[in-house]
Design a binder for this molecule. Structure first.
Ligand code: NAD
Length: 498
């Protein structure tokens, strides 16, 4: 059986230590194993990155960007293989995997702008004969720890920008679907990246803890669930590292009484069930304002859900595939059970999915639950499955209060025809990414991505302009070249212009 190894100093190998099974969620069978890096293996990766850093730091930004131009080409040339690898281990349908990859490639395109992004700020003549400028220097060796649900895109949020900024990188991908992530990183060598600048260690908590505590690691980017994000942020910060840790979500859509209901249902259908609801921006809660809107929404949604096609990743006719593991499938089922036990109405029940020929796959059918309340466990938790819950409120303010009271604040959206209502909503809602008649308001690569509240620990969002700031430190230089013969005496008061 194949063991997915590590990429250290340009060489891919497993370290012969602990391993873990990788499943094909579409069939339920074990397909490969992944090596789980020991402390010593991670330390080798850190040593390789540390050795590569001085030369990479001094490589001109345009040369670093040229590697990314080539890398983008290679990603496009290898798209079919990458999407197949994503599908085999994540279960994502090929069209969805292609969308994920494309959003990742857009981050590589943004990283190609490195010379422009790193130009700095210059002020001439801040005082006679004195100029001042700020420049953005790399941090050194930085690390990324990523979740299973976007094995191509989320790592690409991180290392292209970190690398063009002059850093060396160590990535610890999800141990559940590491093959596409590793394959993509290997393409960087072909793109001309020197060995040691980009390294991948597969593994679990043992590997992560080395990255969080080793003093040679200067910054940590994390994306995953909130309890782990909080642990990462606290541990990395306690060890003096810069840290951004993006966590879980519960994304609400407000359905106003004046919304174009057919459009709202079509948008919600894709946003709730696409990728089996395993997106941190999945719309998992619809808050209908008024019973009339709620009744219409539930009737039209349950009708639309009859068209949902569920099945294995390689059949592009399917709308979504399985969830990631058997345990996760059971967890999603248990949230549906609990909603039922606590008094909600299961309108469409996905607990008994039947996918002919794939009976052992980890499927969950699209599920619609009406009359959910804020007190139910299925409402407070992030289910991370193809489950849409409907809450009924009387006013838009009530809907906004619900959203604001939730522990997560990643994404949200309003469906309405009323510009004033939409403007009020986007101005006041306590959520980091807002859509107006847009169900998945994932910022494009030249903006930045991040939630509020317990969806993000740290100050800077991921990728885009915040990515440049995260992976660099500002240095401000003030210089004087006195005219020949002009010398100033000692000044004992704070220097000013007056
Ligand atoms: P996870 O938190 O289980 O794992 C994420 C990473 O942390 C993995 O690399 C894993 O190996 C590592 N990890 C797990 N347990 C650890 C521990 N105890 N100590 C140290 N490291 C540990 O998340 P997941 O299940 O892979 O991904 C799904 C979660 O990620 C969801 O909650 C989803 O909302 C979130 N997510 C958030 C965003 C965002 O941008 N906010 C994007 C994608 C996914």
């Amino acid at each position: 059986m194949i063991t997915v190894g590590h990429l250290i100093n340009g060489q891919t190998s497993a370290d012969g230590g602990r391993t873990q099974d990788i499943y094909n969620p579409s069939t339920g069978a074990v397909s490969k194993q992944v090596a789980l890096a020991s402390k010593i293996t991670v330390e080798h990766a850190i040593a390789a990155a540390t050795a590569a850093y001085p030369s990479w730091r001094n490589t001109p930004a345009i040369k670093r960007a040229r590697v990314m131009f080539k890398f983008k080409d290679l990603l496009e040339q290898n798209a079919e293989k990458i999407c197949a690898l994503i599908g085999e281990e994540h279960g994502k349908i090929s069209h969805d995997a292609a969308g994920e990859l494309q959003r990742g490639i857009e981050n590589v395109e943004y990283a190609c702008c490195a010379p422009e992004l790193l130009k700095g700020e210059h002020s001439k003549n801040v005082a006679p004969n004195i100029d001042s400028w700020s420049e953005f220097q790399p941090l050194g060796v930085v690390a990324g720890i990523t979740p299973f649900n976007f094995p191509a895109m989320v790592p690409l949020w991180m290392y292209p920008m970190a690398i063009v900024c002059g850093n060396c990188f160590i990535l610890k991908p999800s141990e559940r679907d590491p093959s596409s992530t590793l394959f993509i990183a290997e393409l960087l060598k072909e793109a001309g990246l020197p060995d040691g600048v980009m390294n991948v260690v597969n593994g679990d908590k043992e590997a992560v803890d080395v990255l969080l505590t080793d003093e040679r690691i200067k910054a940590v980017s994390f994306v995953g669930s909130t309890p782990i994000a909080e642990y990462i942020y606290e541990t990395a910060s306690a060890h003096g590292k810069r840290c951004q840790a993006l966590g879980g979500a519960k994304n609400h859509a407000i359905i106003m009484p004046d919304a174009d209901m057919d459009n709202a249902v079509a948008q919600l259908l894709g946003a709730a069930f696409g990728s089996s609801g395993e997106r941190c921006m999945a719309l998992s809660v619809a808050v209908a304002v008024g019973d009339e809107a709620a009744d219409q929404l539930v009737a039209k949604m349950s009708e639309a859900m009859k068209t949902l096609k569920i099945g294995p990743c390689h059949d592009a006719d399917n709308d979504f595939g399985p969830v990631i593991t058997k345990q996760h499938q059971q967890k999603v089922f248990s949230y549906i059970d609990s909603a039922e036990q606590q008094g909600a109405n299961i309108v469409v029940d996905g607990r008994n999915p039947s996918v002919k020929g794939y009976e052992d796959g980890f499927y969950v059918g699209g599920t619609l639950i009406d009359r959910v309340t804020a007190q139910m466990d299925s409402y407070s938790a992030e289910i991370f499955g193809p489950v849409l819950q409907v809450l009924r409120v009387n006013t838009m303010q009530e809907a906004m209060d619900l959203i604001d009271a939730h522990e997560y604040g990643n994404g949200t959206c309003i469906f309405t025809r009323d510009g004033e209502a939409a403007r009020y909503f986007s101005d006041h809602i306590q959520v980091g990414m807002v859509g107006i008649n847009i169900p998945l308001p994932v910022p494009v690569a030249y903006h930045s991505f991040g939630g509020w509240k317990r969806s993000l620990f740290g100050d800077l969002h991921a990728y885009g302009p915040d990515g440049v700031r995260f992976y660099t430190k500002r240095k401000t230089i003030t210089q004087r070249w006195p005219s020949a013969g002009v010398r100033e005496g000692a000044q004992f008061s704070m220097p000013t212009l007056s």
